[in-house]
Design a protein around this ligand. Structure first.
Ligand code: ATP
Length: 335
């Protein structure tokens, strides 16, 4: 093992730089070169990499984003694109490829297997935490903390004006961010894939309207509903419009959006990214391939890439139950 290709792909996540640094440090320690490719899989098509030495990762552990840039790459989903990427890896004498990204990126790696036979290791870097086989992904913790910070601020103004806010959070098609943030911010309600199905839309709208009206009659205060993106047709803005049109309820929609992807990684993400980066290099040295580095019960391990993309990972049922219990207790205390 002499030369490893490294890239970041899909949605960027705080902590990707910490993982890049760890890969470079661990590889350097074992006399392995690291070639950094830019803009996700596009970098393999462009064939314009850069050698990552120790100085290139100096002082990047605290930076959000990714020094290798990230991007979607539709061309990589075609046989021509995959062949071109494989050619680049051969021409550049790369023995292995490490990709820091989400489930789409891992699917891309598995597709590349048809045309390239080097070793491949994935590192889960996505704020969504929707990767099977790992308790956490790089960026999730920071994204949750960023959203908490923002909603705490929204709460101040919501309290001052006794307003209703509907705050939309990222997460693609999973409620890991939404439920964690909802519980941590004592949101009056959480709406996510785990407790709502679009077939129930009409019923849910009535239920929410009733809840808001009851709460406003019993005490004058703010009401914060956090909703997962993609869960309500049209998102937070549509829901606010429907509450107004159907029940004359005024609410303010707030889409937190990309601030959840930015910022300096928190301690948890820096540590997990560092451990995973080192483990990825070690896995390659051990001869592993087609695996993803994971964290299970605080232990670093590796799981097959196929397992990582199963889309079976559920929000911890204890967390969903905790939210329901807190709501029930709050309601009882108001009676
Ligand atoms: P996140 O969930 O954080 O956005 P991700 O890695 O899931 O990260 P995607 O946009 O889904 O992000 O995927 C990243 C890239 O992976 C795509 O732009 C594409 O280049 C590649 N990819 C995804 N699916 C496939 C596939 N079936 N075949 C080949 N490449 C793929």
């Amino acid at each position: 093992l002499k030369r490893v290709a490294l890239l970041t792909s899909g949605g960027d996540a705080p902590g990707m730089n910490a993982a890049i640094r760890a890969v470079v440090l661990a590889a350097h320690h074992s006399h392995i070169e690291v070639l950094g490719f830019f803009h996700g899989f596009n970098g393999l098509l462009d064939n314009d990499p850069t050698l990552l030495d120790l100085s290139s990762v100096n002082d990047i552990i605290r930076l959000g984003g990714t020094i290798l840039k990230s991007a979607r790459c539709p061309q990589f989903q075609t046989p021509t694109g995959l062949k071109q990427a494989a050619n680049t890896l051969v021409k550049q004498h790369c023995d292995a490829l490490i990709v820091i990204g989400g489930d789409g990126s891992f699917t891309g790696m598995l597709a590349l297997k048809q045309y390239w036979h080097g070793q491949m290791i994935g590192i889960p870097g996505t704020i969504d935490n929707d990767i099977d086989g790992s308790d956490a992904t790089i960026g999730f913790s920071t994204a949750v903390n960023t959203a908490i910070d923002a909603i705490d601020k929204i709460r101040d103004t919501a309290n001052a004006f006794e307003r209703i806010f509907i705050v939309e959070l990222m997460g693609r098609h999973s409620g890991h961010i939404t439920f964690n943030v909802g519980v941590a911010c004592a949101a009056e309600q959480v709406l996510s894939f785990e407790n709502f199905c679009a077939d129930n839309q009409e019923h849910k709208l009535e239920q929410l309207a009733q809840e808001i009206n009851t709460l406003q009659q019993t005490r004058q205060n703010s009401y914060i509903l956090v909703i997962a993106e993609n869960v309500w047709p049209g998102g937070a803005t549509a829901l606010a419009r429907e509450l107004k049109a159907r029940f004359a309820i005024d609410s303010t929609a707030c889409v937190l959006g990309h601030i959840q992807r930015g910022g300096s990684p928190d301690a948890k993400d820096r540590v997990i990214a560092t451990k995973m980066g080192v483990a990825a290099v070690q896995a390659l040295i051990n001869g592993e391939t087609d695996m993803m580095i994971a964290e299970q019960n605080s232990r670093i391990c590796s799981v097959p890439l196929e397992q990582a993309i199963q889309h079976q990972k559920k929000v911890n049922p204890n967390l969903v139950a905790a939210h329901e219990n807190i709501l029930a207790l709050t309601a009882q205390n108001q009676c």
